[in-house]
Design a protein around this ligand. Structure first.
Ligand code: ATP
Ligand code: MG
Length: 423
């Protein structure tokens, strides 16, 4: 039995309008479709439909991180002041997006905006030998950031889901090798999520002891960043590092660069020994000598990625989910009050479901065909399957991909073949 569902049982309803204070396309479409609920600016709940997509995105990320040898854990959102003071990031003057809270005894705690310090501190109890390295750890966890402006829907949350991964290696060389592997794994994630063709590995500032960090920037007018792209060389750089010196080093001419608005869906850094040394996280090598541990940090904004998919893959009617992250594979619509239609639609629902296909079955009564079609376009499920008096007459079902203008009539057997081959 797969996770199919009758739309009559779905507690969320589609809406004609998003909240008037919502200016971003991603949140507008996701709220109207009933994927998310806006609690306040930058703070959103994930409703059953939205959670299904979010979990699929998470799982793609999880598979690709596991594939490169990383292990998953979850750290706490509540964090100790002392841990953050070590490298000087507790101060509100240094980090301006802190949310802080208090215990009953007035001890101040931070709500984690990232986890570098906490993880390094934790590892001091577990790592001390060359045999413990390398170590790659990641989590998919809620972050808190008191962002000044939060007008980009789920792309800039004050509470949001991030995948953060950290690598710990014996030397710079091993860090460099893993870092390059992460670049490839990240591109796989974005390709599997349907936005690979628009996403550039982009040179950016930072990286403590290396000169650059890399951002994964997806071209979109909704982006808050600007990058410069040299298409023929597949080189992109963030405008924040656009200097003559950098251009010379990357071997690109200013005149060959095209400016584009973009969304930062991921960011990777070589932190080297910035965190490990201050926390006394060292290892003993084969000769018993004390050595520094080299660290890397690798983020993906999971909920931002979901918002980016909506920004990039949608039209004036609604969302166009790629199959890989769609909440359901099939949107089955029963049209009209005809009992024969109802019986046939239920049969199709069972057949697809028994074949492990995830179906959302619009079995709601009293809605016009036009209303059901509009809802279907808004929800953006990749394949629409219609059972109506007309399709019955033609001995089949009418199928139409969300990306297609016109549908066609096929038998249920043919539909099954089509769906099984594409999954
Ligand atoms: P930005 O410049 O957009 O504020 P950042 O440099 O602060 O991002 P990191 O600290 O590197 O971001 O976090 C890793 C990833 O988490 C980012 O690449 C982005 O995809 C995501 N992210 C960062 N801030 C937010 C936010 N407020 N809401 C949703 N996702 C975010
Ligand atoms: Mg930020």
């Amino acid at each position: 039995m797969t996770n199919s569902m009758r739309q009559s049982k779905l507690f969320t309803k589609t809406r004609k309008e998003a909240p008037t204070d919502e200016v971003s396309k991603n949140a507008e479409l996701l709220i109207r479709g009933g994927f998310i609920h806006k609690e306040m600016a930058g703070v959103y709940s994930y409703l059953p439909l939205g959670l299904r997509t979010l979990k699929k995105i998470e799982n793609i990320i999880r598979e690709e991180m596991n594939e490169i040898g990383a292990e998953e854990l979850i750290m706490t959102a509540l964090q100790k002041q002392e841990v953050w003071e070590k490298v000087g990031r507790w101060d509100d003057e240094v980090v301006d997006i802190w949310f802080k809270t208090k215990l009953k005894d007035d001890t101040i705690l931070g709500l984690g905006f990232t986890h570098d310090e906490q993880l390094v501190n934790l590892l001091t109890e577990y790592i001390n030998s060359y045999k413990d390295l390398p170590l790659y750890l990641y989590q998919i966890q809620t972050k808190f950031r008191n962002e000044l402006r939060s007008k980009s829907g789920i792309m800039r949350g004050r509470e949001f889901l991030m995948k953060d991964m950290y690598s710990f290696t014996k030397n710079q060389e091993d860090l460099d090798t893993f870092y390059e592997g992460v670049k490839k794994a990240y591109m796989k994630v974005f390709t599997r999520c349907g936005i690979g063709h628009r996403t550039y590995v982009t040179f950016a500032s930072g990286g403590t002891f290396s000169q650059y960090s890399h951002e994964f920037q997806t071209i979109s007018e909704a982006g808050e960043d600007t990058i410069y792209v040299e298409e023929s060389k597949n080189i992109a750089l963030n405008e924040e590092i656009m200097t003559d010196e950098v251009l010379a080093e990357l071997g690109v001419e200013k005149s060959d660069l095209v400016a584009k608005k973009s969304i930062e869906v991921g960011n990777i850094f070589k932190q080297s020994t910035k965190f490990t040394d201050p926390f006394n996280l060292y290892y003993q090598d084969e000769n018993g000598e004390k050595k520094s541990i080299y660290m890397g940090g690798y983020g993906i904004g999971v909920t931002r990625l979901m918002g980016t998919i909506v920004e990039v893959l949608s039209d004036d009617k609604g969302i166009i989910w790629p199959e890989s992250v769609a909440p359901f594979a099939v949107h089955l619509l029963a049209l009209g009050a005809d009992e024969a239609v109802n019986i046939e639609a239920n049969k199709v629902y069972e057949t697809l479901t028994n074949n492990n296909i995830e179906v959302l079955f619009d079995d709601r009564e009293g809605l016009s065909a036009g209303e059901k079609f509009a809802d279907s376009d808004l929800l953006g499920i990749p394949m629409r399957v219609v059972v109506s008096a007309r399709s019955l007459k033609e001995n089949g079902v009418e199928i139409k991909k969300r990306t297609e203008e016109k549908g066609s009539v096929v038998s249920v057997d043919e539909l099954l073949k089509l769906l099984v081959s594409s999954s």
